[in-house]
Design a protein around this ligand. Structure first.
Ligand code: GLN
Length: 466
């Protein structure tokens, strides 16, 4: 038996011949067959084996908005229900080239729009800590699969928090790299100025290990840059003397329960010789509003390609317009339609200045104010989410869902790196600590996270794994 080992531990076990790569893969395939019927993390199973490399025998899962050749990429949408990928996303390919094996595609909110997987057109994934609750979203399938031990790591995508928020709800680590570090080639575009791919892992060292494999310039994604970054090299160096900022805007409406966990985290940082200051970043209060103008605007443009002619579902009609209308009406779910309508409205000639243009200006203002803070501080910290995982069906209005990402959205607007790792628990449910820094300071973000993890000690596992 392989207890709930990290990627690094598994590599070690394989290297020292304690277990063979095949045994490792088989173990996780079996475990998935056993646990997935309870949690429902996977949309489809796959078996795509990579080359020889450091990840030999290590299986992983991929959010179903990334292409893996020969597998279905549905984006949890009826419009792509039967779409088979003709190629493989660069991020996935890099992991395959490093020896990894894809064993499943994971559930998500349709087109990554949502915070719970309740907006998947197929089914809702369950939180391994409490099956009545959501795993978070939109990468909820990937997060729940890692938390319940089906795979040692998985890939997610993060446009406004979709890696970090489910990581927070599931008690694992979710890392959104700096915008431009990881290629999005083969990631189905949601909002192109915000989307990033990143890993969901059991601990911060694994986030560094997988991150190192993912990072790199890709000629197929012109937003990527060449940077010499080694996320593991100094990851356990002391952070004594570091300065952290907690924005007032992040703590204002917090419940006492979350505040208590946060205060414990701050105490831990102080024990490590870190200075923690409360600061004010006034423009942060507009982050959610800005995001819900910019993201739907970009989405309305990106999603126009699903027209019933080029990809996926096609409903016949009397004219081309009729085909478009019927296909989109049948193929897209309510939330996706809402975003497309919001986006086309704010981009329309009459309203462009009042909404889209203004949102871009406020985005710049947020970026400027964050830059100012990063001139004097190593990182901004706070809770990843306003609370713990909510119950399936508990939230009713779109706004309640939108507010889930109140703390995660700023990193996307600024293109900053950010990581969420378990901060503590409230009534047996995990909640994440978010660490965010300047663009390309990914090493620092993970180093702070790893130091916090070391002082915090091992985080428990949900019972479903035990
Ligand atoms: N919850 C946010 C939204 O619905 C973020 C989603 C994401 O990061 N993909 O847009």
């Amino acid at each position: 038996m392989l207890p709930n080992l990290s990627v690094e531990d598994l590599i070690e076990q394989i290297k020292s011949n304690k277990v063979s790569p095949e045994e490792v893969t088989n173990h996780f395939v079996k475990k998935t067959a056993l646990i997935d019927p309870k949690i429902k993390s996977c949309i489809s199973t796959a078996f795509v084996k990579g080359k020889d490399g450091i990840l030999n025998g290590i299986p992983f899962m991929v959010k179903d908005n990334m292409e893996v050749i020969g597998t279905k990429t549905t984006c949890a949408s009826k419009i792509l229900e039967n779409y088979v990928s003709p190629y493989t996303a660069t991020a996935v390919q890099k992991l395959l080239d490093a020896g990894g094996t894809v064993i499943a595609k994971t559930n998500m909110d349709e087109f990554a729009m949502g915070a719970s997987t309740e907006y998947s057109s197929f089914f809702t994934t369950k939180n391994p800590w409490d099956l009545q609750r959501v795993p978070g979203g939109s990468s909820g399938g990937s997060a729940s699969a890692v938390a319940s031990g089906m795979v040692p790591f998985a890939l997610g995508s993060d446009t406004g928090g979709s890696i970090r928020q489910p990581a927070s709800f599931c008690g694992i680590v979710g890392y959104k790299p700096t915008y431009g570090l990881v290629s999005r080639y083969g990631l189905v575009a949601f909002a192109s100025s915000l989307d990033q791919i990143g890993p969901l892992t059991k601990n911060v060292r694994d986030a560094g290990l997988i991150g190192n494999i993912l990072i790199g310039k890709d000629p197929k994604d012109s937003t990527t840059v060449e940077k010499q970054i080694d996320l593991l090299k100094n990851i356990e160096n002391s952070i004594e003397g570091f300065k952290m900022a907690i924005p007032k805007e992040f703590t204002k409406g917090l419940s006492d329960a979350v505040k208590n966990v946060l205060f414990d985290a701050i105490d831990n940082f102080k024990k490590m010789g870190v200075k923690v200051d409360e600061v004010s970043i006034p423009s942060l209060k507009y982050a959610v509003a800005v995001y819900y103008i910019i993201a739907p605007a970009e989405a309305s443009s990106n999603l126009s390609r699903y027209d019933g002619i080029r990809y996926g579902l096609s409903i016949d009609g009397e004219s081309v317009d009729d085909i478009y209308t019927k296909t989109k009406d049948e193929g897209f779910g309510r939330e996706v339609k809402r975003r497309i309508m919001l986006g086309t409205f704010t981009l329309s000639a009459t309203y462009y200045d009042a909404y889209f243009d203004k949102a871009q200006k406020v985005r710049s203002k947020i970026v400027d104010e964050l830059k100012q803070i990063f001139n004097s501080y190593d990182a901004i910290i706070g809770p990843t989410t306003p609370g713990v995982a909510f119950k399936i069906g508990q939230l009713s209005s779109p706004l309640e869902y939108y507010l889930q990402d109140i703390y995660t959205i700023p990193a996307n607007l600024a293109g900053s790196p950010a990581v969420s790792l378990p901060m503590g628990s409230i009534n047996g449910l995990p909640i994440g600590l978010q660490i965010m820094s300047k663009r390309f300071e990914d090493e620092k973000v993970l180093r702070i996270g790893r130091n916090y993890e070391m002082i915090r000690g091992k985080f428990p596992l949900p019972e479903v794994v035990a």
